[in-house]
Design a protein around this ligand. Structure first.
Ligand code: DGL
Length: 292
């Protein structure tokens, strides 16, 4: 296999990173992706930084052993906790989603007041505030922890194999009265607290799936941005500079691995998020990820 034809490794705590993997697959159609979702230990956002850092290194070593040419940490929580150490230790380049999310926010805001909706751990680390203010130190950043959103998304996704059909038939399946109420409660500090943000960055790769209720709670004057497109742009730039972009004649193959014991559920929910059937899914045990 040519060096440039080696896959791009993509890692997330579960299914959310498939929102980023989808953007990569659609924008860079000649690239193969090797995705690993640590579904069994999801959610990461309520864990300690040390624990998540260890998980990032385990997944990173595993992907590096599977010959990826670069690793994308498609999880804000894992990026906040483990990007630096992963870059220092792993033998391949590693990028995260927070710097790209910060760029998306900076490109969008006019009032220079930005809300960051993320897991409690991501907000606690202050990683978004640093990344945004590294680009423009005059931007006010309002972190808004959303402890329940990942579970809401995972619960909706676990409801069955007919997500796509239900979506086509009923519209946004995540935009229910209960979800709207929970999203409104969570966003109240930035909506009612006088923050006057004009941009909210979805600082968790699960949250684009809740974009309907989030937009509803924020109203039409607030722009909602996420990191998938900017991450893909950064990835493309790095691969181009390293002369590692797959050629246009390359037929990509995507592989997916999960620590979940329920492959059927991962396949159904994953295919829905990825926008095409996940054809090759394997189970990876926690022992294997830990290198035992
Ligand atoms: N998808 C992860 C993120 O982007 C969050 C999910 C989790 O808490 O594990 O932050």
């Amino acid at each position: 296999m040519l060096d440039s034809e080696r896959p791009i490794g993509v890692f997330d705590s579960g299914l959310g990173g498939l929102t980023v993997a989808r953007c990569i697959a659609e924008s860079l159609p000649h690239e193969s992706i090797y995705y690993v979702g640590d579904t069994k230990r999801c959610p990461y956002g309520v864990r300690s930084e040390e624990e998540v850092r260890a998980f990032v290194l385990q997944a990173g070593h595993w992907l590096a052993e599977h010959d990826v040419k670069i690793m994308v940490i498609a999880c804000n929580t894992a990026t906040a906790a483990g990007l630096r150490i992963a870059q220092q230790i792993l033998p391949v380049p590693v990028i995260g989603v927070i710097a790209p999310g910060a760029r998306a926010a900076i490109n969008s805001t006019r009032t220079r007041k930005v809300g960051v909706l993320a897991t409690p751990l991501t907000v606690r680390t202050g990683a978004y505030t640093r990344a945004i203010q590294d680009l423009d130190a005059g931007v006010n950043v309002y972190g808004c922890p959303a402890p329940s959103f990942v579970e809401i998304v995972e619960r909706e996704l676990a409801t069955g194999a007919h997500l796509q059909e239900r979506w086509l038939q009923d519209g946004d399946i995540f935009d229910t009265p209960e979800n709207r109420a929970e999203v409104e409660r969570t966003l109240a500090p930035i909506v009612e607290g006088g923050a006057q943000v004009d941009t909210v960055v979805l600082g968790c790769t699960h949250f684009p799936l809740l974009a309907g209720p989030i937009r509803h709670a924020l109203g039409p004057d607030v722009r909602v941005v996420s990191s998938a497109e900017e991450t893909t742009r950064e990835l493309e730039d790095i691969l181009r500079r390293r002369n590692q972009l797959a050629g246009i004649g390359h037929r990509p193959t995507h592989r997916f691995a999960t620590t979940s014991d329920n492959i059927a559920e991962f396949a159904a929910a994953g295919s829905f998020i990825f926008g095409q059937p996940l054809k090759s899914i394997e189970h990876v045990s926690l022992d294997e990820l830990r290198g035992l």
